[in-house]
Design a protein around this ligand. Structure first.
Ligand code: ADP
Ligand code: MG
Length: 932
């Protein structure tokens, strides 16, 4: 019988595995918006989004409501890693009957405790300024929390039953009681000083001999929390973050830092939030039925809440003595123990206390102590009885520890999975009677959780007075975060654009466009509005084989583009332009290009034909005809002599003549924006705008000839290459530039130039972010102010990092860690959350500004055509637009907002510079044929 009883109390490993799985399922259920109402493991959000980092400082007041007591505590932190907080306690015993009285009486009593405690510890400030005392309220009842300082009581427990509190915000109730108390205190203020220089007075610095006694302090309730959370926060002191806490006490509970986006019941989505699991209710849906023993069933039936808190009733110290008692009753009935003696005393509920169990279990050698205990209870045990009772006690305690370990394993595995980690190293704060009193608890907790979650490596930290000190930490962290938030907002505010800001940019862009188009005003415009001599977009009837060149992008390429009834096919080859050629003479450069073309045509067996050629030439040119364009300046490392001011098409034709190459006919020089528009235009006839957001940014669109003052003629349309990257170079955007933009601009090779582009494009966004990170580090908002030498390097923060970091919901955690490693940044989790906010701010601004520019374009086109509603497509190219996770969405959303009368579709261009150049050539031949 004894063996059977012991067996029933020991749970096999595979059963623990299943239980762990159930617990994890329940946790997910409790976090999900749809299912949380039915979940047994409640997973309550706590709105505590950070653990202490050691920089917290100041005075913090704590009020803790315990069984029959109100505890008050004043903690002073020095910002020294919380190594030596100063603390003062006072414990007040609650008056008889108050637990069942009106809520107001309870809160008034708490407020009185606070007031009396402060009167004894805080001397009135003789300077007359009142001391601000933030208060953390430890309220160990189930609450529906909606903010750190807003929590509705759901139900009383633990013998409390004050009227008029359930359903109310208990933070508000406490604050009102304190304010009321303060007012009374004002009226009959006296003494206080009699208690001498309270130790706080020394912290307040300057003292004046003139006493102007006012209200010495102002108490504000800033945080409410459960005791489990306090344990976690306490263990986070002394510089190590602690992200899990277990309270193994009368009841049992656990909390941990969850990814905030998974806590669907709270609004917060970035960073982490502490979740109070309330795991005591695990099993209330029957999940534990097959491990319940008859003793557990009896304990449950005799409790005040049968059927509830099933897990807690197997592991809480309130119940362990009872489980033992019921086991002993059963064994006595089976005549396995206490045979022939009177064991009636066991019938009395509660005779067998936790302390008895602990004393018996911890009595490793010798039965005498066990015998003494049992005899004191009124039993007459034989020596064998003593041994058996000890075995039962050990089994019950061991099971409690094992079940805690199973719960812990579920939490750890869940954290490991949701953080996308292969192994999880984490500190676990532990507190409570079971942990403190049962020496094997720690060993079992570690070994069993290790078996169940081998991928996790918890380190247990003993919490000393978790709830009290922890509450001070929660309060301190809340204030630190609030201060940090204000400082972060201050840094980022200039980068956040209002709708009015964007409307202004749109209006300015429109003004500059008009100036750029006007013959007289063109020289003063920052947007050059270059005519391209492209007057038609493709209509789908273009046919033939074309050559295309792409010079000025990342690679030099030669292409053949075949436009047939069945669509477009292309073949291409990348050629290298040696630096010596890029920087030699113009003749050498263009001779080299012709050599590449000849090689390509030979390979493609195209030497015998004379093919029309479109030339994508991504350098600034003054175009004077479709096939005539004067190079304004070289960029991107090119410096071939004798080219600036020359017609680039002619230079190419001259080289062909020198090489006696007759297989090509240069018909058009094409800007890459135009190529993009044309390439998309082939698939969508409504495509009349081209946009590039890559290394740089630029746009083109179809303008009415009558508006193009810089070209003769009023008929039809012409594509205008806006060169909008230079928007603002005349100072019209100066009001938008932040300190960060100034610094970035100053370190470029073209300071003062391409100002709009420097707010938007891939070459600069990473740099802007880097500058912000540097300033934030300096302000100690990041990396705890530790300098980051690598971050000083120009261009080390790549724009593609923004894409990775901004990928939402922590899905890119692994990649983010890789970036942090690459930058040698010692970033905490919160640092990476803040970095993400910086990236989001910078890329959002870029997308919005781009949208404001586009809004000016589409609105102008709509006006040009006298339409109420314009439907138009934008052909887009550029890696930033294509790969950034939010840029295109933000761009489109803002554009819709700024230009509500335009219905704008975006079409990604594939190889605009190749296909587009060929299509310009094709459209030109089509137009020429039509003329003939
Ligand atoms: P180009 O404009 O020279 O033709 P791209 O369109 O490919 O070239 O754009 C290159 C730019 O795209 C680079 O400046 C880089 O900053 C940016 N970029 C590269 N990868 C990404 C990415 N994953 N997310 C955002 N931007 C990127
Ligand atoms: Mg490009």
């Amino acid at each position: 019988q004894i063996q059977r009883a012991l067996r029933s109390l020991s749970i096999p490993l595979e059963r623990l595995h299943i239980m762990k799985g159930h617990m994890m399922q329940d946790m997910c259920k409790g976090l999900s918006r749809q299912t949380h109402a039915q979940a047994k493991v409640r997973m309550l959000p706590t709105y505590i989004c950070s653990t202490p980092n050691g920089t917290e400082k100041g005075n913090f007041l704590v009020v803790e409501l315990c069984q029959n007591q109100v505890r008050t505590l004043l903690v002073t932190l020095y910002g020294d890693g919380n190594m030596s907080p100063q603390m003062m306690y006072k414990i007040f015993t609650m008056p008889e009957g108050i637990l069942q009285s009106e809520g107001e009486a309870l809160f008034d009593f708490i407020a009185q405790c606070v007031s009396q405690f402060l009167a004894e510890t805080v001397s009135p400030d003789t300077t007359g300024t009142e001391l601000y005392l933030p208060l953390g309220f430890v309220f160990p009842f189930t609450c529906q929390q909606t903010q750190l300082d807003k929590a509705e009581l759901l139900s009383w427990s633990k013998g409390f039953n004050c009227s008029g509190v359930v359903g109310k915000d208990v933070v508000q109730l406490l604050q009102s009681a304190i304010d009321k108390q303060d007012k009374q205190g004002q009226q009959d203020k006296q003494e206080g000083e009699a208690n001498g220089a309270g130790w706080l007075s020394s912290l307040k610095g300057r003292k004046s001999s003139q006493s102007t006694p006012g209200k010495p302090y102002h108490v504000e309730v800033v945080a409410l929390m459960n005791d489990t959370v306090g344990t976690m926060m306490t263990c986070s002191m002394e510089g190590r973050p602690c992200e899990v806490a277990i309270v193994a006490d009368k009841g049992s509970n656990c909390c941990f830092m969850a990814e905030a986006y998974l806590v669907e019941t709270a609004e917060e989505t970035s960073g982490r939030m502490c979740v109070n699991t309330e795991w005591g209710c695990f099993g209330d849906d029957g999940a534990l039925n097959d491990v319940f023993t008859p003793y557990d069933v009896s304990v449950d039936e005799e409790s005040y809440n049968p059927g509830e808190k099933r897990f807690e009733k197997m592991v809480g110290t309130l119940y362990l003595g009872e489980i033992v008692r019921h086991a002993l009753i059963a064994l006595t009935a089976e005549k396995a123990i206490f045979t022939g003696t009177d064991a009636a005393v066991l019938k009395e509920k509660g005779v067998f206390t936790m302390q008895h169990v602990l004393d018996i279990v911890n009595n490793e050698d010798g039965i005498t102590e066990v015998q003494r205990i049992l005899e004191a209870l009124g039993l007459q045990p034989s020596e064998r009885d003593c041994g058996r009772v000890q075995q039962i006690c050990r089994a019950v305690m061991g099971r409690a520890a094992t079940l805690h370990a199973t719960g812990l394993a579920a939490i750890l595995s869940y954290m490991c999975q949701t953080r996308d980690l292969e192994t999880l190293m984490v500190n676990v704060g532990v507190e409570g009677e079971l942990y403190a009193g049962y020496p094997r608890f720690e060993e079992i907790l570690l070994s069993v959780s290790r078996l169940l979650s081998p991928e996790c490596m918890p380190t247990l930290l003993a919490s000393r007075d978790g709830s009290g000190r922890g509450a001070a930490m929660v309060t301190a962290v809340a204030l630190r975060l609030a201060a940090q938030r204000r400082a972060v907002n201050e840094v980022l505010a200039p980068l956040r654009l209002s709708r009015a800001d964007l409307e202004k940019v749109q209006a300015l862009m429109r003004e500059e466009m008009d100036k750029g188009l006007g013959k007289e005003t063109n020289p003063s415009a920052s947007v050059r509005m270059l005519p391209t001599y492209v007057s038609h977009t493709p209509d789908g009837t273009e046919r033939g084989d074309f050559l295309a060149l792409d010079l000025g992008g990342t690679n030099f390429r030669v292409l053949v583009v075949r436009v047939t009834e069945d669509g477009i096919t292309m073949a291409s080859e990348i050629y290298v332009i040696p630096v010596a050629v890029m920087q030699g003479t113009g003749e050498e450069l263009f001779d080299h290009i012709i050599d590449c073309i000849i090689d390509f045509q030979t390979k493609q067996k195209l030497v015998t034909q004379m093919l029309p050629l479109g030339f994508t030439f991504s350098f600034p040119c003054q175009q004077v005809g479709l096939d005539k364009a004067l190079l304004l300046t070289w960029t991107k490392g090119f410096s071939a002599s004798g080219c600036v001011g020359q017609d680039v098409v002619q230079l190419l034709r001259d080289a062909a003549k020198r090489k006696r190459h007759l297989g090509m006919d240069v018909v058009a020089l094409v800007n890459d924006t135009v190529g993009t528009m044309m390439a998309c235009g082939y698939d969508d006839p409504k495509c009349e705008i081209g946009l590039i957001v890559g290394t740089g940014t630029n746009a083109c669109y179809m303008e009415e000839m009558r508006n193009v003052g810089t070209v003769e003629g009023d008929q039809g349309r012409m594509c205008i290459n806006m060169e909008w990257g230079a928007f603002g170079d005349n100072g019209c955007l100066d009001h938008l530039f932040t300190h960060f933009d100034q610094v970035v601009d100053e370190t470029t090779i073209n300071p003062g130039k391409q100002r709009f582009e420097k707010l938007i494009s891939g070459m600069y966004l990473g740099e802007i972010v880097r500058q912000i990170l540097l300033v934030m580090t300096e302000k100690e908002l990041l990396f705890q102010g530790k300098p980051c030498p690598k971050l000083q390097t120009k261009d080390i923060f790549k724009t593609k990092f923004l894409s990775t970091i901004e990928l939402s919901n922590g899905l890119a955690l692994r990649q983010i860690r890789a970036i942090l490693n690459e930058l040698e940044l010692d970033a905490s989790f919160e640092d990476s959350v803040l970095m993400r906010e910086v990236c989001q701010t910078v890329s959002l601004r870029a997308a919005q500004l781009c949208a404001a520019g586009l809004a000016a374009v589409v609105e102008k086109m709509r006006e040009n055509r006298g339409l109420d509603q314009l439907s138009v497509t934008v052909g887009v190219d550029g890696t930033l637009y294509k790969l950034h996770p939010c840029f295109s969405n933000n761009l489109q959303k803002t554009l819709k907002d700024l230009a509500p009368n335009c219905n704008v579709t975006f079409l990604l261009s594939e190889d605009g510079s190749g296909k587009g150049a060929a299509l310009v050539a094709a459209v030109a031949s089509r137009a020429a044929n039509a003329m003939e």
